[in-house]
Design a protein around this ligand. Structure first.
Ligand SMILES: [Fe+2]
Ligand SMILES: [Fe+2]
Length: 268
């Protein structure tokens, strides 16, 4: 099956465990195909504007999602549930970029990076589900944020906008907030959650780096100034300002320099 059609099949699978199982299977097929043949077929697909999702969790506007204190067991379950929801969105976001922008010719390395990240996002979702289930909960037991696919819809026709907003803003934000989460679970001596979040934290640096790498590649192809282009696209598609504090060390490791994000903490 051409890669874009594999991507569409993941997007059209609703159940989280089934979606991520298919995602792992296709990632393995892609790796095997790349070993056999340097240029497996990418093809074209017809990705849905919104991916298939399970009936639960109920999706609510962020202001209607009940806030729970992170210092309590219920608060920690809510936090794990929120991360599981983010990871399931991330699975779809990675396959969506593969399925949606096939008209733009990209080097094979681009697809290697996105398939690898999709494979890892699938692992992250399952790690969070395992943690929830160990605490007698599950993904779908609580309501979740409805707005998470908005960035994908708004950049459905703009490949560079997608790279600017999704890996370089949203996933980079994950690098800023994950150490604080790890601390909460360490204090609670929740070793399974600590190990899972440490895996996520380590792997997310590369996802942001893939975004920066291919954003810069496309800027170079079109002779654009990457920093100016980034600022323009984030102001166009991301609603609101970026919020410090930033994890400057991990952002640097991921190829996002300070002059990319600091100016976006203030309105233009
Ligand atoms: Fe992730
Ligand atoms: Fe990620």
């Amino acid at each position: 099956m051409p890669l874009a059609q594999m991507a569409e099949a993941v997007l059209r699978t609703a159940d989280g465990r089934a979606k991520t199982a298919l995602s792992h299977e296709f990632a393995a097929q892609w790796r095997a195909a790349r070993e056999d043949d340097a240029r497996p077929e990418i093809g074209h697909a017809n990705p849905p504007l919104q991916p298939a999702r399970p009936d639960r969790p109920e999706l609510l506007s962020p202001r209607d999602v009940p806030q729970r204190k992170p210092g309590t067991p219920e608060g920690r379950i809510a936090l794990l549930h929120a991360v599981a929801h983010i990871e399931l969105n991330a699975v779809d976001l990675h396959w969506d970029i593969i399925a949606r922008f096939t008209d733009v010719k990209m080097p094979m390395g681009f697809y290697d990076d996105w398939v690898k990240a999709a494979d890892e996002e699938s692992k992250h979702f399952n790690l969070m589900c395992d943690c929830l289930e160990a605490l007698d909960s599950h993904y779908g037991a609580l309501p979740a944020h409805a707005g998470m696919w908005r960035a994908a819809e708004e950049t459905a026709d703009d490949f560079m906008g997608r790279l600017a907003v999704v890996p370089m803003v949203l996933e980079a934000r994950g690098l800023d907030v994950t150490p604080g989460m790890i601390k909460i679970f360490k204090q609670a001596k929740a070793t399974q959650a600590v190990a899972a979040l440490e895996t996520i934290y380590a792997e997310e640096v590369a996802h942001v780096a893939y975004g920066s790498k291919w954003f810069h590649f496309l800027c170079g192809r079109h002779d654009l100034d990457p920093k100016d282009e980034f600022h323009g696209l984030v102001r166009k598609y991301f609603h609101g300002l970026l919020k410090p504090p930033f994890n400057e060390e991990k952002r640097a490791e991921a190829g996002i320099p300070p002059d990319f994000y600091w100016p976006l903490t203030e309105s233009a």
